[in-house]
Design a protein around this ligand. Sequence first.
Ligand SMILES: [Zn+2]
Length: 290
Amino acid sequence: MTIEIAPGALMPIALIFGLLVGSFLNVVIHRVPLGQSIVFPPSHCPECEAQIKPWDNIPILSFLWLRGKCRGCGTSISLRYPAVELLTGLLFAAVAWRFGPTWWTTTYCLFAAALVAAAMIDHDHQIIPDSISLGGLVASLLVVPAIQAHYGEVWLEALVRALIGALVGGGVLWFVAFLHARVSVAMGREFEHWPGEGEDIPRPGEADYWLWFPGLGLGDVKLLAMIGAVVGPAGVVDTILASSLVGLILGGAQAIARGALGRPFGFAPAIAIGTVAILFLPPFWLLRVL
Ligand SMILES: [Zn+2]
């Protein structure tokens, strides 16, 4: 079955829907890391607290006719808001173009939205909320095998594949982080933020030994588990390779821009870009046989 829709209408609909979802993502990106509700209170100017009227809250257009300023106090609105809206809209349109009128378009649009939120929050706060990574993992394990079954695959096989994808995605990254921590300790390498001030290096009997690593957060591990559930075991290996490549490029560019190496930066933006690339690119490593 496909979703009935007039030919040619799918991409514009996806674009508009993406702009609206992007507007919602701005709220998520701003509020979720602060532990605030995403529904209440309604959007308001952070400067003068004035509630934003519905007609001043239209993706991109409002930013343009308000000339990037709050109607109440004239404070500049960050370009990031329309940028996130536009990015999400374009991603949705691209997904619709690639996957057509199928349930995969719906699924991958939501998937892309989760990646945008995770990347931006990680960029701002160096954390990835569990509600996105673990919430997304649970949702993916429910939805992805169900769609694959809908399109004729055996549901149980699809579920096992999603579970293996999650284990491979999270597992590979966890293993790299774990190994890096142990080798670093063995070589006597020191880190500014690991272990914390006055704390000892964790021992095998403590949970921290298995779950707390210098340089790489467990949030990335959980995010890649979620991604693995969506793209499967082979896809997630491609994704990790692509993300590492993007991470190297982003890290290098940041080092050049700031003139300093080794500043902490969230890895999720690289993971998000790598994952989106994998959704669109034909298999470019030999690992897509599974
Ligand atoms: Zn204001």
